[in-house]
Design a protein around this ligand. Structure first.
Ligand code: IVH
Length: 685
């Protein structure tokens, strides 16, 4: 490709990708598949790598994040970023309306009601249509330059659309969707990182990270709600929002123009109820005078505009009695105090338990036994204790103390410098930690032994059959057949009986055996080494190619690996230093679990000897590669295309019709993954 051609293609790809980003992230109406999008992006990245001088300043390839920064530069805001005065009652809103009308000498007034997004305020500057700077609110006069991080947020345009001015300032709120927040926390817990307390903390923590590549992985989003400059394009606030939408910004549709106080109250009531349906947190409603001429006449106080006010929602609260406090030990050993409460009705459900978070919170609440406490439901689903009613405290009540030893294994708890949580350090022998490790090992993204979910691990652990992940591979059909357990039903639900009948026992043994085909990087993830998530495991597996090389790597060497920082390196070193862990690795090796990349398949049986297979389509339980490995491990052969010599076509969903026709014509049996499992099952008894 000539340079001229490359220039044209880069410009086309940049414009196309921008349009697709806009369709997806602003309009929520994707026009192409993720796969097609990735292919276009890859093509652009390759061209840019070849002709770096042709890369455009608004290239969508920047969305993956640039170089890390040590410090964020402090930037003075061109227009101060003021806050809003808060109100908590309808009476205060009525007072605001009276004040506004009085200052405007009885003129007609229109208001715009908007949602008050609970995130982090951001000021964006565009020059000649290109995003130049993104600055946090800071103290209102100056904030941090977080441009590199903000460029990774896909709903924020890098280039404006339509009829934009030479210079543009716009304000908005960066937030994290509830779905994104839950997923991020689940991933963090999986690798032993402390979860974020709420979506707002999670958004603000993400925005302050030094590595934009990490920020790019966080599900951040942004609503824009204020243009501080005057413009010939609009005369009202509502008009400015419409204009912002035309420039390509994400502007909320949940906005109303109101002409009476009654309409404002209606908007408030509707959203106080409706907010539980949103996929992001709001903490109130913002009411703004619509006319910009009127806004100008009303002006600002030192702290906030006179033309706007925020109405903050009251968190729904209930008062009840503290019965006792439980201390729960999680998979990572973190100990969480949980209050058992006298049942109370709150926001549509009966609350019997509420989180007390950590020792500091218990202390701050000054919680005593038998206290009357207030519970609230915040953005999180689990209710929390937010206060106590000291007037109702009984004489002689004792302060609630945090425990010093693990309630499950008796080990003395630790609290790391600067961390709020207490930990049980007995990670290899503390029951919930062992069970947690086993549950992680069998999980879908790890070894994917789904026949072992839903309490089955508990049963195997309680019967003393499985104490670590290597023990799974020693299990025999005869041992587990007939095991039983009654699972008590909580919250009024009926108790359940779990019993390993023939089919269940068979599925378990088969599932464990099939997991021997799971590729090395997923095994590495499955081991549950702290801070080694899916991505890190892939990086380590790609670099070291087998577990022996990885286990011998020193600190200096590890931190050289792409994306491996000091914290991860230390954790990997510590894990391999422990004799128990090295022993587990040896036992997994003996059983034929993949501890190297694309290792020659370890034979498991010869039931498929002299049989050739074509694997095609998408499968539910295994990936295609896993099935191919299983075929080889059981003595079979994989062939590329269907011929008269093929013995079986192993077909999943979406196998092409041409393949099916050919197989039918040649009379070759088409089998499902269940049929295939049966074929290799012989082995297990
Ligand atoms: S308007 C000059 N509109 O609430 C007024 N603010 O305490 C500019 N916020 O710092 C703010 N949703 O971070 C405005 N729809 C909305 C908002 C909103 C959330 C935040 C913003 C501001 C704080 C006010």
């Amino acid at each position: 490709m000539t340079k001229e051609e490359a220039k044209k293609r880069i410009a086309d790809l940049t414009a196309m990708l921008q349009q697709h980003n806009y369709n997806y992230y602003v309009l929520s109406q994707p026009a192409i598949s993720d796969y097609e999008f990735d292919a276009l992006l890859k093509e652009l990245e390759q061209l840019e790598a070849h002709f770096p001088e042709l890369k455009l300043s608004d290239s969508p390839s920047q969305r993956v994040g640039g170089e890390p920064t040590r410090f964020f530069a402090t930037v003075k805001h061109k227009y101060p970023m003021l806050s809003l005065s808060n109100s908590y009652s309808e009476a205060e809103i009525a007072e605001f309306d009276t004040r506004v009308r009085k200052l405007l000498a009885g003129e007609e007034v229109e208001y715009v009601c908007e949602l008050k997004y609970d995130g982090v305020a951001i000021g964006l500057t565009y020059e000649k249509g290109l995003l130049k700077q993104a600055v946090t609110r800071g103290d209102g006069l100056q904030g941090d330059d977080v441009t590199a991080n903000v460029k990774t947020i896909k709903s924020i345009p890098l280039r404006l659309r339509g009829n934009y001015p030479d210079e543009l300032e716009i304000r908005g709120e960066i937030f994290m969707s509830l779905r994104g927040f839950r997923q991020l926390n689940a991933e963090r817990e999986e690798i032993g990182e402390a979860p974020f307390a709420n979506p707002r903390n999670s958004a603000s923590g993400s925005l302050k990270m030094q590595d934009p590549k990490e920020v790019a992985k966080r599900p951040l989003d942004c609503f824009l709600y204020y243009l501080p400059r005057e413009s010939p394009h609009y005369t009202t606030h509502y008009g400015s929002l419409k204009y912002a939408g035309k420039l390509g910004f994400k502007v909320s549709k949940n906005v109303a123009v109101c002409t009476s106080i009654g309409e404002i109250f209606e908007f408030i009531h509707d959203w106080d109820e409706g907010r539980s349906q949103l996929d992001y947190d709001i903490d109130g409603i913002v009411i703004k005078v619509n006319s910009l001429a009127q806004q100008k006449r009303l002006g600002f106080t030192a702290k906030s505009p006179r033309w706007a006010i925020a109405y903050k929602f009251k968190a729904e609260q209930a008062e009840t009695v503290l019965l006792s406090v439980d201390f729960q030990v999680g998979r990572t050993g973190a100990v969480t105090p949980v209050a058992n409460l006298s049942p109370v009705h709150l926001a549509g459900t009966t609350v019997k338990r509420a989180s007390l978070h950590n020792a500091d919170i218990i202390k701050k609440l000054d919680l005593h036994s038998g206290d009357h406490v207030f519970v609230e439901k915040g953005g999180e689903i689990i209710p929390k204790v937010t206060g106590v009613n000291p007037a109702k405290r009984k004489a002689g009540a004792h302060p609630v103390r945090f425990i010093s030893h693990c309630p499950q294994c008796g080990t003395e708890l630790l609290r790391k410098e600067g961390e709020a949580a207490h930990y049980c350090p007995n990670e290899d022998f503390c029951p919930p930690q062992i069970k947690g490790k086993l549950e992680h090992f069998i999980s879908r993204k790890a070894m994917n032994i789904d026949s072992l979910g839903e309490g089955k691990i508990d049963l195997l652990f309680e019967k003393g059959l499985v104490k670590n992940v290597a023990d799974l591979y020693d299990l025999e059909y005869k041992q587990i057949l007939g095991l039983e357990k009654i699972i008590p039903g909580d919250e009024g639900k009926k108790e359940k009986k779990l019993s390993f009948k023939e089919k269940t026992a068979n599925n378990i043994i088969n599932g464990i055996r099939a997991s021997k085909a799971v590729p090395f990087h997923r095994v590495l993830f499955a081991l549950g080494i702290r801070f080694v998530g899916e991505t890190v495991a892939k990086k380590l597996a790609a670099h070291y190619s087998d577990i022996d090389h990885l286990s011998k790597a020193g600190f200096e060497e590890l931190v050289e690996v792409d994306e491996i920082g000091e914290k991860i390196a230390e954790s990997v070193l510590n894990w391999f230093q422990k004799p128990e862990n090295r022993h587990i690795v040896e036992r997994l090796r003996e059983k034929g679990v993949q501890l190297a990349n694309a290792a020659p398949a370890t034979p498991v049986s010869n039931v498929l000897e002299n049989k050739s297979f074509v694997v095609s389509g998408i499968f539910q339980r295994y990936s295609r590669d896993e099935l191919k490995t299983l075929i080889e491990q059981n003595g079979g052969k994989n062939v590329g295309g269907i011929s008269s010599k093929t013995d079986f076509v192993l077909a999943g969903d979406k196998m092409g019709p041409a393949k099916k026709q050919k197989a039918d014509k040649l009379g070759i049996p088409i089998i499902s993954e269940e049929d295939f499992e049966k074929m290799i099952r012989e082995q297990t008894r």
